[in-house]
Structures are given as structure tokens and as C-alpha cells.
Design a protein around this ligand. Structure first.
Ligand SMILES: [Zn+2]
Length: 231
């Protein structure tokens, strides 16, 4: 939640002031904070300050407080019940056979990820990995549970495995009950890491877009029709 606000602030400044977007010579080091204050004051005067929808923010805060009380049962099942045990038979499947995954709107995604930051990154991240390192697995023993393998955003040949548990055919954010990713920041139920957000986005929204995946962006799937793209 906080990270999106910080990114939004700097993104806005960089968009308007090219000088603040590029590398600066050392001679400006002591003046950078003054430049930033001037730039922000001009933006606030000409445009407006960064505004938040108080109703939306209240919803996110309420959701955060609720999720903090939820026990991470999926984590204990992975650790204790051996969900990740190689003896469990997980089979790679095509996303088109997953027809009971909750359908999501952009608002649902923002509720699940607690803001726009992860959601805005999800389309590009999905596109860059979909044909190479993106593998979805199912296991007949665990209905409503998917395992996904994703490549790291930062390191080649590094993979993260994640688990997503959902209520079959229950659309919306409430259809997703638990999730866990084995990356450094993936063990949480308050918000989620970028890998989980990518899968939420792709399975719940992105694949229903009538546009080919190469043309899909954060902006143009906001109102994507809910029709399964079989390509
Ligand atoms: Zn992760």
C-alpha cells in the first residue's frame, strides 16, 4: 500500500521533469531535495496533489486488518503435509482447462494485492514469462488448489513455486482463500508478492481479454469481457 504511493509520487515527478529522471552530476547533490520541492510545488499548483479515494482506502484498511487475523493454513500444509513433496503427483496443465478459477475485476485485484503496484506490474511480468517459465500444475488430490512455477524477475534460471487455493466458481476477491509463494516475500496473506499477483491477474482476468497477450497492458484489460481466450 505504501510502496504504490511512493512509486506514484516519483513517477509523477519523473513524467513532468526530465531533468529529475536522468542521472545528475555530483555538483547537484546538495540541491536535489530543493529541486524536488520546487517540482512538487509546481505540480501541486498546476495540477493537483495525489488524491486518494477515502472509501477505497477504508476498504483496503478493513481488508488488511481482516487478513491479518487469518491463519496461514496453506503454509502449514506445505510444510507439514508435504504439499511440495516430489511424491505428490502434480501435472502440468494448460490454463484453458482451468474453468473454475475465480474471475476477477481490476478492483478485485487491487483488493487482493492491496493497491495498484503489484497489479500494474502483473501484465508485463506475465507476458515476459508465459511462453518460457510459466507452468501451472494441478493435482487430483487437491481440488481448488494450483501450483505454479514462475521464473524470477531478476535472475535467469531461478524459479519460484507458488500455491494458490481458491473456492471453485466463486468469482471476485472472496473466491481466493489462501496463497503462498516460496520467494523471499511470498509467505503472507496480507497482500501478496508479484508472482502471486501475476497468477491472479492472468488466470482471473488477463486470459479473458480478446487482445493477444502481446498487446495486453494494465490499462487495456480494465474492462476486459469475461470470455475465455482459447489461444
Ligand atoms: Zn513470490
Amino acid at each position: 500500500m505504501v510502496r504504490w504511493s511512493v512509486e506514484q509520487f516519483f513517477g509523477r515527478v519523473k513524467n513532468k521533469f526530465r531533468f529529475l529522471k536522468t542521472e545528475m552530476p555530483n555538483i547537484y547533490t546538495e540541491k536535489i531535495s530543493r529541486f524536488l520541492r520546487f517540482a512538487t510545488a509546481i505540480l501541486n499548483y498546476q495540477d493537483h496533489g495525489i488524491r486518494y479515494d477515502p472509501v477505497k482506502m477504508d476498504e483496503l484498511v478493513t481488508r488488511t486488518l481482516e487478513r491479518m487475523k487469518v491463519e496461514d493454513s496453506l503454509l502449514s500444509r506445505i510444510e507439514i503435509s508435504g504439499l511440495s513433496n516430489p511424491n505428490n503427483t502434480w501435472t502440468v496443465i494448460n490454463h484453458t482447462v482451468i474453468t473454475d478459477f475465480p474471475k476477477l475485476t481490476m478492483q478485485d485485484l487491487e483488493i487482493l494485492t492491496l493497491g495498484k503496484y503489484q497489479t500494474s506490474l502483473a501484465p508485463e511480468y506475465t507476458k515476459s514469462h508465459l511462453n518460457e517459465t510459466y507452468e501451472v500444475y494441478s493435482n487430483p488430490q487437491f481440488q481448488g488448489l494450483l501450483k505454479v512455477r514462475l521464473g524470477s524477475r531478476f535472475r535467469a534460471a531461478v524459479y519460484h513455486y507458488l500455491y494458490i487455493e481458491y473456492w471453485p466458481n466463486r468469482n471476485g476477491a472472496e473466491g481466493l482463500s489462501s496463497w503462498h509463494c516460496q520467494c523471499q516475500v511470498g509467505a503472507r496473506l496480507v497482500g501478496c508478492c508479484g508472482h502471486i499477483a501475476s497468477v491472479f491477474w492472468f488466470l482471473g482476468l488477463g486470459r479473458y481479454s480478446p487482445l493477444p497477450m502481446s498487446r495486453i497492458s494494465y490499462e487495456n484489460v480494465k474492462n476486459a469481457p469475461r470470455k475465455l481466450n482459447s489461444s
